[in-house]
Design a protein around this ligand. Structure first.
Ligand SMILES: [Zn+2]
Length: 483
């Protein structure tokens, strides 16, 4: 028999169909090494000395993935007309077809697919999924339970060169599949009503958004005026094909890639005094504010708003050339604020990442220039990770969670991490990590306690403390009201 034999072709087709449906067929495929071709062998006949191809080898066929949620939404239409159209992204020359409705970013090549109930009698299109009614729910990923309770098994075919090539079909149930992986640590819906506001979507802020989306946070507000540049791509989660887009849009799409049901509001605002009225309601609506901006004025503006609106904020930043990093958590009027931090530890507060060419030049190595925002993504991610963990604990406040045990460990206002013993810093003489030591070393986080400044202009009683220090009786002072 040869490939041109119609009976052999039918046997190959039947065997491929059986493989795609992962059920044993009456024929099986074997690879005939002498003829260098696939042949079908009927059950009971003597197979040639060749490789058997079984359902486990079904990866030789392409795969097609359809959204179960979409299919339920469209069920009424499908049931009425017996077939409906759907769009799929075709990846890798047809090796994988992914339902366009499954996520926010389809690929560049779209294939039209017909989804048909078995009774549809129109001519076979190039790509089709056929739903066949069955009596019981199977364990395979191609089973679909319709809104009326009826059960179907999906098979899929690609029509090519006069033949139907089977595709391995999966009906994807996104939310159950995602929450199943988190169960035990974070229960399915525990974070679905919590909301995070991100100020600044650089590397740290960008990664933190995506990590919280993976944890199941559903509501995000993103504030950043910048666009993704080519140079950003070396550290930012956004990729080269996104260059030029606003970072709020790049990150929104990455969040939706991880949690398609998330609600993401975007605000391409600068953090400046004139925008505070627009940002205030976003702070008020948030359960936590994550601030990853790299300059002091913007941090102090956000600090002021968060204290006034009584919302916990976490601030993260890398030190220059990412020799280390720090995270500050501010619980308004409970723990020291960003302004208290600047007063208590001015050097640490000033040692932030380099974000302008002038600043880069000022600290350049003598023999070569330092790029703006130098530092590897690798060196920023531990800071983003710590920042996200603190934000997650705030979002879980009041919720039953096994992560509560961590509150003991995350009780300091400020956390410090050192990446290397950078010369010219107080940490240049640290002992090697390999020595067992009680001294500070690289690659550890240190919780650092310090007190609130009672005279802090942002969170303290500045007026009374200052008046008392200077022996001024405030009752005798007339304070002009704001014009
Ligand atoms: Zn303060």
């Amino acid at each position: 028999m040869t490939m041109n034999d119609p009976q052999q072709q039918q046997m190959i087709r039947d065997a491929m169909k059986a493989i795609a449906e992962r059920r044993p067929g009456r024929t099986k495929l074997v690879y005939d090494k002498t003829k260098k071709t696939i042949v079908a062998v009927a059950e009971g006949s003597e197979p040639p000395r060749a490789l058997n191809i079984t359902a486990d080898d079904a990866d030789m066929f392409g795969v097609i993935t359809l959204s179960g949620q979409w299919l339920r939404q469209e069920w009424h239409r499908l049931n009425g007309s017996a077939s409906i159209a759907a769009r799929f992204t075709s990846w890798d020359n047809g090796d994988a077809y992914t339902h366009y409705e499954l996520g926010p970013q389809g690929g560049p090549t779209i294939s039209e697919c017909t989804i048909a109930l078995e009774r549809a009698s129109e001519p076979a299109p190039r790509l089709r999924i056929v739903l066949t009614k069955v009596n019981a729910v199977g364990r395979a990923g191609n089973t679909f339970v319709a809104t009326d309770g009826s059960i179907f098994v999906a098979t899929a075919y690609e029509h090519q060169d006069g033949r139907d090539i089977p595709l391995d079909v999966t009906i994807a149930e996104v939310q159950p599949a995602l929450s199943a992986r988190r169960a035990g640590i974070l229960e399915t819906s525990v974070l679905s009503d919590r909301s995070a506001l991100f100020i600044g979507l650089g590397t740290g802020g960008g990664y933190a958004t995506i990590e919280l989306a993976k944890c199941g946070v559903r509501r995000f507000a993103l504030v950043d005026p910048d666009r993704l540049s080519v140079g950003n791509v070396v550290r930012h989660p956004g990729g080269i094909s996104q260059v030029g887009r606003l970072k709020v849009h790049v990150i929104r799409d990455l969040i939706l890639e991880k949690n398609p049901d998330a609600q993401v509001d975007v605000y391409p605002f600068a953090i400046a005094a004139e925008n505070m009225d627009a940002i205030r309601p976003l702070v008020r609506a948030a359960n936590v504010v994550i601030c990853g901006t790299d300059n002091r004025p913007s941090k102090l503006l956000i600090n002021q708003l968060c204290i006034e609106e009584n919302v916990v904020a976490v601030y993260g930043g890398a030190f220059r050339r990412a020799y280390g990093g720090q995270v500050l958590r501010v619980q308004p009027r409970v723990s020291p604020c960003q302004q208290c931090f600047v007063s208590a530890m001015p050097e640490q507060a000033a040692d932030v990442e380099i974000s302008s060419p002038d600043e880069a030049e000022a600290i350049a190595y003598s023999d070569r220039p330092v790029a703006v925002e130098p530092g590897l993504s690798l060196d920023v991610l531990p800071i983003a990770n710590f920042l996200t963990k603190l934000a997650l604990l705030e979002l879980l406040d009041g919720k039953p969670t096994s992560l509560d045990v961590l509150r003991r460990d995350y009780s300091a206002p400020w956390y410090l991490w050192l990446n290397r013993p950078e010369s010219g810093t107080p940490y240049s003489g640290m002992p090697p990590l390999s020595d067992s030591s009680d001294e500070m070393t690289i690659n550890r986080w240190y919780g650092v306690g310090f007190e609130r400044d009672t005279a802090c202009p942002a969170c303290g009683d500045f007026l009374n403390v200052t008046a008392a220090a200077h022996g001024i009786d405030l009752d005798s002072v007339v304070i002009p009201s704001k014009v």
